[in-house]
Write a protein that binds this ligand. Structure first.
Ligand SMILES: [Zn+2]
Length: 211
């Protein structure tokens, strides 16, 4: 396991432990945790702290309907199965999301490919394949974007990201990630709002490629 320099922010670990992250972000955080002992420890600490809060709360009788609503919610917020076997460069949670199949790569131009794992009103999560030396078009975000490196590395104005590193980009950041020389860079990327590209051509493309 390589040294990881960029970790999951504590607030996101806490939200993940509470099951309150949207599915796209939960998949990225689960995947980072599967690669990072530090963040796994932080996540478990949040889980333990959450358990203590629940134990300290006075027991209240709950109706059957409330209990089944809570159970339904827990079912739908179950993190991706971390125990799913790793598939090549794809850690267990990503392999679980792919259901054991290879990614359905689609070209988005200039050698860059993407495979959308899910996209709905909560946001989207996809795999990105960036050839060495290639830039992903300039873009800013309407919300938060999480990018986790699974193979190779990339850099932008905020730093240098290698396998296991997580970049957290908010709506104020306009950046151009560029893949480093070496193996193609493969990332897992999630957003809670559509990306905004700054050039006119990417904006046209965006309506076709749903990012
Ligand atoms: Zn970490």
């Amino acid at each position: 396991m390589t040294a990881i320099s960029y970790h999951t922010p504590d607030a996101l670990l806490a939200a993940y432990a509470m099951g309150s992250l949207s599915q796209p972000f939960a998949l990225v955080v689960a995947t980072h945790i599967s690669l990072c002992l530090d963040c796994r420890a932080g996540f478990e600490a949040h889980q333990a702290a959450g358990g203590l809060v629940l134990e300290a709360a006075a027991a209240q009788p709950v109706t059957f309907a409330l209990k089944s609503r809570v159970l339904d919610r827990l079912d739908s917020s179950v993190p991706p199965q971390a125990s799913f076997a790793r598939m090549g460069v794809f850690p267990g949670p990503v392999a679980a999301s792919l259901q054991g199949k290879q990614p359905n790569w689609r070209s988005v131009g200039m050698g860059v490919r993407q495979s959308i794992l899910s996209a709905d009103h909560e946001g989207s999560v996809r795999l990105l394949y960036i050839p060495p030396g290639q830039a992903v078009p300039d873009h800013s975000h309407g919300g938060l974007e999480l990018t986790l490196v699974l193979q190779g590395s990339f850099h932008d104005c905020t730093g240098h990201y290698r396998v296991g590193d997580l970049e957290v980009a908010d709506q104020d950041l306009e950046h151009t990630p560029i893949a480093d020389p070496g193996p193609p860079c493969i990332c897992l990327a999630a957003t809670d709002a559509p990306l905004r590209f700054t050039g006119w051509m990417p904006r046209v493309l965006q309506s076709f490629i749903r990012i």
